[in-house]
Design a protein around this ligand. Structure first.
Ligand SMILES: Nc1ncnc2c1ncn2[C@@H]1O[C@H](COP(=O)(O)OP(=O)(O)OP(=O)(O)O)[C@@H](O)[C@H]1O
Length: 251
């Protein structure tokens, strides 16, 4: 099945206020796609419509050939669309390896099965080790997650999301709150994830966006202003005026 994620004329309205208006976007499999736009442009609302956290007022979401507009968040995760969540207290108290093994075991339903073979447990541990190596956390596997620096905790969140074996990973400001020296490293790891994972991310730091995104969609006032490659977006006069101009004034 072709698992291109796409929206068709999606809108979200609260009363008379339109947070998203008629957004039609396609995310090519394996791409690294950034959503940018000024504060309040509707980026988080759009991600929530993709994950199923919000239902659109009108329009549709397709994953491959399937119309998933009315599917629950849980169903979408099972189909291969995952977003990161803040690590909860349970995971904070476990080591990095324990957390990821737990997430893999949960995915495979091993904890609902009282009889777990040693082979099944070994497979989960091996898979967790491989995943943590991809995220450059191999030196931290035995560290209790709450003792890790904040940037590495964000990577553990991504590891837990990847443990669901997503085809699409949705990231809402993954580097928020991380010192800027660490955020580039975080994005380097994200951009080097296997190409069978499509990554869609919201990011305010334009340096990171232009360095790591392959396609960029600019949202303004809930609508798509334009979409293109980083070169196309940085050359677009309208983007400079409504977004990059504003960012420049903020600095
Ligand atoms: N549940 C809600 N009810 C009413 N208005 C909402 C709701 N959620 C979001 N909004 C409004 O929708 C608009 C878009 O918000 P959204 O969080 O999607 O923007 P954003 O582009 O992610 O902004 P930021 O970059 O500041 O995070 C904002 O004006 C926000 O106040």
């Amino acid at each position: 099945m072709n698992t291109t994620l796409r929206t068709e004329g999606i809108s979200k309205q609260w009363g008379a206020f339109k947070a998203n208006s008629d957004i039609s976007l396609t995310f090519e499999p394996g791409g690294r796609h950034a959503l940018i736009g000024p504060n309040g442009a509707g980026k988080t609302t759009f991600i929530n419509l993709l994950t199923g956290a919000l239902q659109p007022t009108s329009g549709k979401v397709f994953f491959g050939d399937q119309d998933i507009t009315s599917r629950s968040q849980h169903e979408r995760v099972k189909m291969g669309m995952t977003r990161t969540f803040q690590i909860n207290t349970l995971f904070l108290g476990l080591t990095v390896l324990e957390s990821v093994v737990l997430a893999i075991s949960e995915r495979d339903g091993l904890y609902r099965n009282w009889f777990r073979t040693v082979a099944q447990q070994t497979e989960a541990i091996d898979e967790a080790l491989a995943l943590l190596a991809t995220l450059r956390l191999d030196r931290d596997i035995n560290t209790v997650t709450r003792n890790l620096p904040y940037g590495k905790q964000r990577l553990v969140e991504i590891a837990l999301a990847l443990a669901t074996k997503p085809k699409v990973l949705l990231l809402d400001e993954p580097a928020a709150g991380i010192p800027s020296t660490d955020s580039a490293e975080l994005f380097e790891v994200i951009s080097q994830l296997p190409r069978d994972v499509t990554v869609v991310f919201i990011e305010h730091d334009m340096g990171l966006v232009f360095r790591f995104a392959e396609r960029i969609t600019v949202l303004v006032g809930g609508k798509v202003l334009t979409e293109g490659t980083p070169a196309e977006i940085s050359a677009d006069q309208r983007v400079k005026e409504v977004y990059l101009g504003e960012a420049a004034h903020d600095e």
